[in-house]
Design a protein around this ligand. Structure first.
Ligand code: GLN
Length: 554
């Protein structure tokens, strides 16, 4: 089933091997026909994760990047749509020399070709292939067949199959039942695949008796059946897999013991364990962070923001209470009541008009009440609109995304985007360099670097004709495109606000457990200070609380 944690299992196992010094490359294979995840509704599918090369993918790629601390690209993600498109394009170009084009061997052939290409191009020791969906689905059947063929062609010892299954625990019974899991495994074996490892998902740790049945009916020895029950954090899973000996089982299976670099593993494990220890300790501080969002009910729609905050809470020793604020019904008069107990606000990315006036009202409250604020993409744009309206006197200020007829379009389409038609086609996507002004809050957060790289996914931007007017009134555009007048970071000087910053990019996409994202660290540190006004800043964080004197021209 989707959403069970195949990506978490696969990325944890990949991490264990990477820690040993092996080169690993994950690939997620989606069953759907969409060419990428760009047009998917985050409410139904979770967030769209954008890779550095601009590929829009499933949120699992975020899990891989965070777990492995490794940037991925288009080669690490495929959909049925991409595969069919390649096959059909080839057919139109006469590539099949008069043959009829068939699922087997042509579609399965394309799958195998791309897996081999990934392995060859990256020189990976191990490629971790994750097939989306459930065994028995129509749409992933050809992937499973392709993998069976691949195992046959490459020789048995070149492949290690992992089945992820689910052990149910009906409330009325109060005991674990392995039957559904057994049937699922049987289905896999009918497809000609004998698993070598079984990951058993379940709410509670899988009991001996359930495990024994699963082992027995699937021909997988119990030492290769792993209980992957729910836990406080997924970041504890790699170590528990290691303790269960899964890493050794995989190395034995694939004959890779001689490639292990023990010293590498020791260092990597120690670093990770340091993080996990901080994660599980009792935290010293508390802070409440509000996130406004149309998809507020579904956490997956904001998975990377959630994770970025989790990392910061761990590093700054704080329990973060994340509250979701639905702004669609919010009236300006509701705002003080909704925000007064919070210590920091994030307005995340989004599309469409719904809820934007409520967001603008929240931003105004943050600005006027010294409440720490981080605006992401749409949250950056709305901060510009709010400032233009309430500080610069442009009462009608708006974004042409929602108000095509506004007389003060402070946010509008990029000139080059106007020319391109078609959904998904005119988005500014992927990792881009951002030039950071010296002696600004952004410069402080990014450790005094003038050039940073972050990931974008937007169509609209600050209209250059308003930049001067806005900056005259005190807002600073501290991050810009290196050559063009595209504004990418905004802030208020720390002399007038403890933490007010916005990014046209998505900082959450580059947060990693051991390298927490600077803008999030700044927000969380400021929120902790807000929640604990009597605590000395130095006790919260010397690194992440900006000095007050950062005030730029204007
Ligand atoms: N809707 C805005 C744009 O297209 C913001 C996009 C976003 O927040 N990802 O520019």
């Amino acid at each position: 089933m989707s959403g069970l944690g195949k990506g978490i299992f696969s990325s944890s196992l990949a991490k264990l091997l990477k820690d040993k010094g092996l080169k690993v490359e994950p690939i997620k294979m989606e069953g759907y026909l969409n060419i990428d995840s760009g047009t998917l509704n985050p409410y139904r599918h979770g967030e769209v994760f954008v890779l550095d090369d601009g590929m829009e993918t499933d949120m699992d790629l975020g899990t891989y990047e965070r777990m492995l601390d490794q940037n991925l690209g288009a080669a690490n993600f495929t959909t049925s749509g991409q595969i069919y498109r390649r096959v059909l394009d080839k057919e139109r170009h006469g590539g099949y020399l008069g043959r009829d084009v068939q699922m087997i061997p042509h579609v399965t052939g394309d799958v195998k070709f791309n897996l081999r290409k990934l392995a060859m191009n990256t020189q990976a020791d191990v490629v971790f292939v994750e097939v989306g969906g459930t065994v028995g689905d129509f749409e992933n059947g050809f992937y499973i067949e392709a993998l069976r063929e691949l195992a046959f062609e490459e020789g048995d010892a070149g492949v290690c199959f992992v089945a992820l299954t689910y052990v149910i625990e009906p409330q009325a019974l109060g005991e674990q039942k392995s039957k559904a899991a057994q049937l699922g495994l049987k289905k896999l074996m009918e497809a000609g695949i004998q698993p070598h490892l079984i990951a058993c998902r379940g709410h509670n740790e899988i009991e001996e008796s359930a495990m024994e049945k699963i082992a027995m009916f699937s021909n997988v020895p119990k030492r290769r059946c792993f209980s992957m029950h729910d836990r406080k954090s997924i970041y504890t899973i790699p170590e528990s897999m290691r303790e269960a000996g899964l890493d050794r089982e995989v190395l034995t299976r694939l004959g890779l013991h001689d490639r292990v670099n023990q010293r590498n593993e020791d260092t990597a494990r120690e670093e990770w364990q340091g993080f996990v220890n901080k994660l599980t300790r009792k935290r010293k501080f508390k802070a409440r962070i509000g996130i406004t969002g149309k998809y507020a009910k579904i956490r997956d729609a904001y998975a990377s923001i959630d994770k970025a905050l989790e990392h910061c809470g761990v590093h700054l020793n704080a329990d973060l209470d994340v509250q979701w604020l639905d702004t669609t019904e919010m009236q300006p008069s509701d705002v003080p009541r909704k925000l007064e107990d919070l210590n920091g606000i994030i307005v995340p990315g989004g599309f469409g008009k719904r809820g934007t006036e409520g967001k603008i009202a929240c931003i105004q409250y943050c600005r006027e009440n010294a409440l720490p604020y981080l605006g992401i993409c749409l949250g950056f744009q709305m901060a510009v609109v709010e400032y233009a309206r309430n500080v610069c006197g442009l009462k009608d200020a708006g974004s042409t995304e929602f108000d095509p007829n506004t007389t003060a379009p402070v946010i509008g389409l990029l000139p080059e985007q106007k020319e391109i038609e078609g959904l998904g086609g005119n988005m500014r996507l992927g990792g881009k360099d951002v030039q950071v002004k010296s002696d600004t809050l952004a410069y402080f957060l990014y450790n005094n670097q003038n050039m940073i790289r972050e990931r974008f996914r937007h169509r609209f931007e600050v209209d250059p004709q308003y930049i001067e007017k806005i900056e005259e009134q005190g807002m600073v555009f501290s991050g810009q495109h290196p050559q063009q007048p595209i504004m990418q970071v905004l802030e208020l000087p720390t002399k007038i606000h403890p933490y007010f910053i916005g990014a046209q990019f998505h900082p959450e996409l580059t947060g990693r457990p051991l390298k927490p994202q600077p803008m999030f660290m700044g927000l969380v540190a400021a929120a902790i200070q807000h929640a604990h006004p009597d605590v000395e800043p130095g006790e919260i964080s010397k690194r992440w609380l900006p000095p007050v004197e950062y005030s730029i021209k204007g």
